[in-house]
Design a protein around this ligand. Sequence first.
Ligand code: 5GP
Ligand code: MG
Ligand code: MG
Length: 179
Amino acid sequence: MPQAPYVVDKLISSKAIAARVEALAHEITDAFKDTDKLVVVGLLRGSFIFIADLVREIDLPVEVDFLEASSYGDGMESSREVRILKDLRGEIHGRDVLVVEDIIDTGHTLKHVLEILETRHPRRMEVCALLNKPSRRETDVPARWIGFDIPDEFVVGYGIDYAQRNRNLPHIGKVRFTE
Ligand code: 5GP
Ligand code: MG
Ligand code: MG
């Protein structure tokens, strides 16, 4: 189906993102400083750029693993149905885990993913999300670190897509339809 034409209005600059990522990484480094090896679990695909920048600012030994859960098709509304499309490669039993998410919207995706990961008995599990839409929350999720609270807008860029496009935008912007 062809897409309605849209433009992307800048919401958060790449400079602001870089500064916030650095600050988050320092807090994470401090919080996990007694850990042998932190397992950073990126939720694909939206977190891939965030995680790449974040791990380079974390001053600890880290392992990186990925999990793909899907709640959205190519549309803009959450289906509230969460599926694991691709599981972790490594074991997290007894490990210290940091789950990295792009956006917390209703909270259903993250809640479901955390429930699955808890059954594997990590020693400790924390969440870092780049973006948060507090006004959209339907279920409580324990996210210790949030990059930015944003309004209820559909956003793209810095790894985040609209129908698989705009992931390569260096900043975060909101989608505005032009007709
Ligand atoms: P939730 O389950 O919290 O409602 O939604 C979780 C996922 O929906 C997010 O991790 C993200 O992948 C996607 N999502 C939520 N809001 C947006 C948005 O504004 N833009 C895009 N591209 N995806 C979003
Ligand atoms: Mg996501
Ligand atoms: Mg998506």
